[in-house]
Design a protein around this ligand. Sequence first.
Ligand SMILES: *Cc1c(COP(=O)(O)O)cnc(C)c1O
Ligand code: SF4
Length: 339
Amino acid sequence: MITASPSARLSRPDWREAWRAAITDPVQLLDLVGLPELASRLPADNAGFALRVPRGFAARMRRGDPRDPLLLQVLPQLAELDVVEGFVRDAVGDMDAKTAHGILHKYDGRALLIASGSCAINCRYCFRRHFPYGDEIAAAGQWRDALEHVRNDSSINELILSGGDPLALTTRKLAELTDGLKNVPHVTRLRIHSRLPVVLPERIDDELIDWLASLPLQKVLVLHVNHAREFDASVDDACRRLRDAGVTLLNQAVLLAGINDDVTAQADLAERGFAAGVLPYYLHQLDKVAGAAHFEVPDERATELMIELRNALPGYLVPRLVREVAGEPSKRPVASRAR
Ligand SMILES: *Cc1c(COP(=O)(O)O)cnc(C)c1O
Ligand code: SF4
């Protein structure tokens, strides 16, 4: 007979092992997806940003397809070496200044912690390619500076963990933070921005779920999925476990040329996410980061796409198209130009 005791739980592979087993050699990745001939078109030195992709994510790529939307997110390309006007190393404003102590508090009610500098995957379009934050930035010294800031400002009701990927931290480290929030009654929500439930679903283990379920806070997890095919049964399972622990799931995507810049790809992403219990939140216009210009979708086309998407989907499955602009009090909506 099967009983519901904790010991009867499925044993899952340790996520740190899965993390360490990630593919870091582009030639090996190309062999794995049946495209060895592309090895001659790799940029020298990976264009200055290492390839990194967990094996489970690579397994979702279509064999023999050089346009695979998952492959294109991680494979170093010669186009990254192009110097394109307007695409700069520091695309979001002075990153160094912004990340002093790892606390960004520029929006009302919400404080954002750069909780970890690590990611399980290296996304080619990410500003992180030029700013590999050190590890455990806000987490340093038992989160001392972060907790002090949050404690002393009763206008903060939501604490946002971002990075890098905050779930790169151990659950024990995360619990240190929430233990420190116990006597901070004005913080009622914890939001986590993470790509791990999708790229390394092993991370959503019993320990993490138990921690989340135990928190006397409202919990939001913002996933980062750009294409419907990033979902598979292991991701569905991770999402279900998170929802069962009382976590509201949202998704943010980046609009990427050749990957998800048509109405079918965006509608499929919204529908597939919702099937896993995830609601669309933001669709980001690319940060203008050097090396990512080939992913850019012009605002004109992006706003057209949003109109097509509103016609194709129920309103609650349509994300908000936004761009991050340094010094603004919120994300800026990208609106169609009046004609
Ligand atoms: C994006 C962002 C937030 C969260 O903004 P929402 O619109 O609530 O998602 C908070 N703080 C900083 C610094 C941000 O960049
Ligand atoms: S911060 Fe997000 S988008 Fe950037 S490399 Fe890490 S997982 Fe990818």
